[in-house]
Design a binder for this molecule. Sequence first.
Ligand code: UDX
Length: 431
Amino acid sequence: MRVAVVGAGYVGLTSAVCLAHLGHDVRCADIDADRVARLTKGEAPIHEAGLPELLAAGLASGRLRFVVGASDAATGADVVFLCVQTPQGADGAADLTFVEQVAREIAPVLGPEAVVVNKSTVPVGTTRLVERVLSEAGVVHDGVAVASNPEFLREGQAIHDFLNPDRIVIGCDRPEAAGVLTELYSGLRAPVLVTDPASAEMIKYAANAFLATKVSFINAIANLCEVVDADVREVALGMGYDARIGFQFLKAGPGYGGSCFPKDVAALLHTSRAAGYPFELLAGVEDVNRAQRERIVDKIRRAAGGALAEVPVAVWGLTFKADTDDLRESPALAICERLLTEGARVRAFDPAAGEQAAERVPGVEICADAYAAAEGAGVIALLTEWDEFRWLDYERIATLVDRPAIVDARNLLDPPAMRRLGFAYSAVGRR
Ligand code: UDX
């Protein structure tokens, strides 16, 4: 099939390379000419496992091309994916300016039976909105359909998730258009749920809000574990064996971050307020998440002896989770900001984020590796669960620091081993 993907960000680029990999003829558009030029040369602009390989293969096969501008990509396409950003507005609502702009731009070039698909996470009702914008912009063919097809891609595993989905959700009232999308994904082995657009849009929000709820729930349990002298890792294990609960998303830590959970939770709260339904449970999820960062700052302050002014703090990990270079809504960055406010000297290392972190939080000194960050530290704060932090030479680190104290906000390290080496060790929800 001929596919247009508008937007070469995380979602758009992943979709484009994977659809080309599945044998489709894909044109991926972006407004950033420089990004398009780099992609055309095979340079992957984001840190994503498997992306460089699929990008190279798609370009070599001729099935994947990058163009500037949506209308160029959409001309003659059977399916047009809208994968543009939907930033969070001041009131928590998703800002649909880019979606509307693209819809207006592609309206004149859409073929007689084109299917326009919302893949960006958009509020309930956006499929209808795009239908309206297209018809106002003069779409001439009755056969043009609009569908919702939410993505469930985790950063760092986006290619894997696209090619091995748990399910494919298609929200569309027009059976022939739903059939086109089912056909588009026929190379994937996954259940396909065809439903109405509003339900498809709600599935995405409900799924992310539920996962965020799991994270805040286990963080709240962890906070209780600290009081009753229980170990949250044991508790999560015991809960996870219950097939109704499962093991995933029960890791206690500094709270959820990233480009999706905070934004989607805020947007669903906004939707619920607008609908006159006070979704108190979800408001609580957000509250727990915000407070969790403060609890980590409290632990770091305690580990430093009660005050942070002038204390050199080694921060390990800045991204919102491991295996990504994404700093958006990262709890680690928020914690760094708080440490700086209290007068700490923050020396940080992250395996992927590097210098871009320094621009986001001025005042943080970026170090070449975890050892350099630890030199002279009054306390080490491990904030992102990069696997390499498990395998550091902790005997050497004990000799580098000024005071041997570690706050392990991801429960990554072995407490007895740390204590044997003389570290004052504290974690989240563990004895
Ligand atoms: C998420 C969803 O998983 C994905 O389906 C969606 O479409 C986009 O949002 P992503 O933001 O890449 O993906 O991250 P994810 O791996 O889901 O983690 C989200 C946040 O929760 C991270 O900050 C992570 O550190 C945190 N988390 C996750 C925990 O604190 N504990 C856990 O057990 C799991």
